[in-house]
Design a protein around this ligand. Structure first.
Ligand code: HEM
Ligand SMILES: *[C@@H]1O[C@H](CO)[C@@H](O)[C@H](O)[C@H]1NC(C)=O
Ligand SMILES: *[C@@H]1O[C@H](CO)[C@@H](O)[C@H](O)[C@H]1NC(C)=O
Ligand SMILES: CC(=O)N[C@H]1CO[C@H](CO)[C@@H](O)[C@@H]1O
Length: 658
């Protein structure tokens, strides 16, 4: 063999080296392809490892171009110990090759060779023993030109995960490609997903090199290997080409990194749904829904749930209030589970659904109607149902005819997020501060005015006008989003808050003068309305955490509790300093007994908080201002964190849960 290489190398320098090399190529290939001839113990470790045909020291290098040959498998999922057909073919149909070597390797480190090729009945395929295992690599026994080779490979019984068939294919002596990969094949537990060899199309005797005229076998979802990253998840094969794919977070189909993803393939009247949960998010179920409004409720869903070591499929009909997915209302035979697997916590299933299903008198006709796709998954189950979709949920932005393959993006939650953000800014932020100004700062900054009004009043009015505007805007936004009234705790208490808030400034506009007899009624009513609205507003925000649409984390409750604690503490401190300052004031009044005012007059002035207090700040003004400053900063922090939770919802997608 060394001699041959030296001859070739020498010939290379000559003018007619190519012709000579061609003549030699058969001989050289035979050396490589017949390891038993040159090396009685089988191919050396180096060939098993490098898959390079020649010990040429680099004189003939593999081609850098995309291989014109591809390695295709009859299935992308196979049970342990079961058989898959592996085909090596030219991509322009009929392109022939002389030599090849194929082995299946674990797609993940340590990338060991796995499985076993079955011996060919007609002897056209030679099997090799690499890494001390029997028949785990295949090469061919004659170097004659062939358009394709069919191999049969048995998956190992002690392996779960993805394997890739890796091939070296030589078109001629000087032109060969190394590391030509197949699409990954998932090996799953046998009881969960076993894919038989395809029955469609001619079933050639395996292991045989066929005559040039035979059409190559092309799997239904064939994607040229060069178009698929070697590390790609096979779920995404054919997305946007032969199937509609949709998942969350939005845009994840393009990056092949979905937390949950669904795909629909339509072949005539066959509606096939695939769903898959993400790696590492411990889903208890993954579901795909058909919805005509992109909102939760009245959707036909298909759920895949691992139960007792196997994946089971259910159909449900959802309702939004109360949030539920009910199995009893859907005929469970309207869909059939074709395949399923659970590997490393990743749920996968493939389901065929009837084109027409009637649920509670409502017809889901997949041929005639358009639907939003809805993907959801959660980490818990309920009795005879699935738990809340805490891992995530996303409806597609538009309704589609399922048979029409297109790019789908998620529906925007912008209006809900603006509603939540505005309400938080208003009821956690401006209202809290505005109330503090009105209650504790009437005797601070006395004499200094802003726009002809006392400081406290100017601030109170500015903050409350902001609350009012944000609240009305947020209410309009949620109406635009929902286009109808909904009745649950959040919406009912929220509506009362909105009405109270709406009325407050109208009442204030018509308030009686400061010395009017009816003034105390206004003061009392305005105080009650304002504080009631504030309390109800915060309660409403507590209820928003439970809304499916808001997609908020449950621990947001703790941030709200922290806010309430801080707010109550601040009230307490202001009240205590207020009482202290009052005592101080009455002492001062006593020392001025001999002053220009009669004691009676002084007491009267104090009780009314009028003339005297208007002239100068009450004591501890600096402390009040300091506390106000600190509270202002703390409020801004609360508002920013809560708004981020609302705007980035579901926040889990940013916290590494996906
Ligand atoms: C004081 C604060 C809040 C008030 C007064 C309020 C008020 C309301 C009202 C009145 C509705 C019902 C609208 C209708 O019937 O058409 C509603 C719905 C809604 N609100 Fe709020 N809201 C507040 C805070 C929030 C927050 C912080 C969020 C968080 C994102 C939020 C999310 C929602 C959602 C998702 C809905 C629709 C519920 C559904 O789909 O059934 N709200 N809100
Ligand atoms: C390995 O392949 C050879 C033929 O190449 C066959 O005779 C032998 O039985 C196979 N061994 C196993 C364990 O399948
Ligand atoms: C295929 O084998 C070659 C040579 O051993 C190696 O460099 C390459 O990484 C392998 N590719 C895959 C997908 O396993
Ligand atoms: C476990 C399971 O449902 N396996 C199925 C996989 O799909 C083929 C058809 O494509 C069925 O025949 C298997 O029963």
């Amino acid at each position: 063999m060394t001699g041959t290489v030296r001859m070739v190398r020498r010939a290379r320098k000559g003018v007619g080296w190519r012709a000579l090399a061609m003549t030699m190529s058969l001989l050289v290939m035979a050396t490589w392809l017949e390891p038993s001839q040159s090396l009685p113990q089988g191919a050396p470790e180096t060939v098993c490892d490098t898959m390079l045909p020649f010990h040429s020291g680099g004189s003939v290098l593999p081609q850098n171009s995309v291989s014109p040959f591809s390695v295709e498998t009859s299935a992308s999922t196979v049970g342990q110990g079961q058989t898959v057909r592996v085909d090596v073919t030219g991509v322009p149909e009929g392109l022939t090759f002389g030599g090849f070597m194929v082995q299946a390797r674990n797609r993940n480190p340590p990338h060991q060779i796995v499985g076993q090729f079955s011996p060919a009945r007609d002897g056209t395929v030679k099997l090799m023993n690499c890494e001390n295992s029997v028949n785990n690599s295949a090469t061919h026994s004659n170097a004659g030109a062939k358009p394709q080779v069919y191999l049969e490979w048995q998956s190992p019984v002690d392996f779960l995960g993805q394997v890739v068939f890796n091939a070296t294919i030589a078109q001629s002596y000087s032109e060969f490609w190394v590391g030509v990969p197949s699409n990954p094949v998932q090996i799953v537990r046998r009881d969960l997903g076993a894919v038989p060899l395809p029955t469609a199309g001619p079933q050639p005797a395996f292991g045989s090199a066929l005559p040039t005229t035979r059409a190559p076998y092309v799997p239904p979802n064939y994607v040229a290997p060069s178009a698929v990253a070697a590390t790609a998840d096979p779920f995404y094969n054919g997305c946007g080409v032969s199937k509609n794919c949709f998942g969350f977070p939005d845009g994840c189909v393009n990056t092949k990194t979905c937390t949950s993803v669904a795909a629909v393939t339509v072949r005539g009247d066959i509606y096939e749904f695939e769903i898959q949960s993400g790696r590492g998010n411990n889903a208890a179920y993954v579901a795909v829904g058909l919805s005509d409004d992109a909102k939760m409720g009245e959707d036909l869903t298909t759920e895949c749930v691992p139960e007792n070591g196997r994946v089971t499929m259910y159909s449900s009909y959802t309702s939004a209030t109360p949030y539920a997915a009910v199995r009893t209302s859907v005929p469970q035979n309207s869909a059939r589970l074709l395949n399923a697997s659970l590997v490393d916590g990743v749920i996968y299933c493939r389901v065929a659904r009837d084109p027409v299903t009637v649920v509670k008198g409502r017809t889901f006709d997949l041929r005639r109607q358009q639907y939003h796709l809805l993907v959801a998954s959660g980490s818990s189950l309920k009795e005879n149902s699935v738990g809340y979709h805490d891992i995530g949920r996303l409806p597609s932005g538009k309704a589609i005819n399922l048979a029409e393959v297109q790019d789908l993006s998620g529906s925007s939650n912008l209006l809900v997020q603006l509603h939540g953000a505005f309400m938080i800014a208003a009821w956690i932020g401006t209202t809290s501060l505005g109330i503090i100004f009105a209650r504790y700062f009437k005797q601070t900054w006395v004499g200094s005015q802003s726009c002809g009004k006392d400081q406290w009043f100017a601030w109170h009015r500015l903050l409350m006008v902001t609350t009012w505007s944000l609240t009305i805007a947020a209410y309009i936004l949620i109406w635009v989003e929902l286009k109808r009234a909904v009745w649950h705790a959040h919406s009912i208490i929220g509506l009362i808050t909105v009405i109270l808030c709406f009325l407050q400034p109208i009442g204030a506009l018509f308030r009686p003068g400061p010395n009017d007899k009816k003034r105390p009624y206004f003061n009392w009513g305005h105080w009650l309305g304002g504080n009631l609205a504030h309390i109800l507003g915060i309660v409403t925000i507590f209820f928003s955490v439970k809304l499916p649409k808001a997609e908020l984390p449950e621990w947001m409750d703790w941030i709200l509790v922290a806010f309430v604690v801080v707010h109550v503490l601040v009230h307490l401190i202001f009240s205590i300093t207020g009482m202290a300052s009052e005592r101080h004031l009455s002492q001062r009044a006593n020392t001025f007994q001999m002053g220009e005012m009669s004691p009676h007059h002084q007491q009267h002035a104090m009780r009314n908080g009028m003339s005297m207090e208007r002239k100068m700040d009450a004591p501890y003004g600096a402390m009040r201002k300091g506390l106000l400053g600190v509270y202002g900063v703390v409020l801004v922090l609360f508002v920013v964190v809560l708004i981020l939770l609302v705007v980035l919802a579901p926040i889990e997608q940013f916290l590494g849960k996906s």
